[in-house]
Design a binder for this molecule. Sequence first.
Ligand SMILES: [Zn+2]
Length: 290
Amino acid sequence: MTQLSTESVYKKYAILSMDVEDWYHLDYFINKNFDRSYSLLDGLDRYVELLHDFQIPSSFFILSDLAKTLQQKMLELSSFGFDLACHGDDHTRPLLIPSKEFYIRTVAAKNKLEDLIGIPVTGYRASSFSLDRERLDIIRKANFLYDSSKNAFSDHPLYGDIDISGFDTVVPNIYRLGNFFEFEVSTVKIANTNIPISGGGYLRIFPWWLTSNLINRYIKSASFYVLFIHPFELSQRAVPYLDNTVSFSTRMRFGLGRSTTQIKLRKVISLLKREGFYFTTFSDLREKLK
Ligand SMILES: [Zn+2]
């Protein structure tokens, strides 16, 4: 194990990340025939405003299917020094894709993003954290330099389980194999259960007292925190029309807590700042650690 940083006064790092996808890419909507002209991608703009307010950077995992539409926005994000990475092509879960096809599709997604923004895309996060060791090795083979698909919250039915044997632990939740890094998203262990504290639906649904309690518990001993969020969670537009094929529980899971997410996200950032965390991106932290 090494110190996270020798040249900086900061010993604790926080990384905010956004998985750039629209509402209809979510696993419970992806195979439904919804009107895709209605978008909640305005949440991306709300997020960038918030980053500017706090003067902090972020990593963005972008679906290559949205890359053409978002080209100008991506160039703008890149000009701010933000980290642009790959979230696959159309949000199909990698564990549903045969390995050979996964390699071809992932390389094509990476190339498409690189063609449109003109810089190397070196980071990857699987949709729904759906990745195993075989596919992680494919990510390495496809010339990515880091991945952030490892999530210890194994109770989620869609998440994969990545075996990282052979990787060295740099600090807890950051692993390295050669020049390739794996950044695990944050969970806190309570009574043998890993509770998610990395944002997404949990930030929306958990009340603030619970989220702040869990994060405080985690950062007592952790020097690395990762949060992920999606544009639809910060969008100010109304929930799209969902027909009666969508169950009540899915509607709840999708819509719940959206109005308070931005406030909670601001509170998380303020809390981490107060606790002395330095905000960076996956690419920048990898550069520092390599
Ligand atoms: Zn996603």
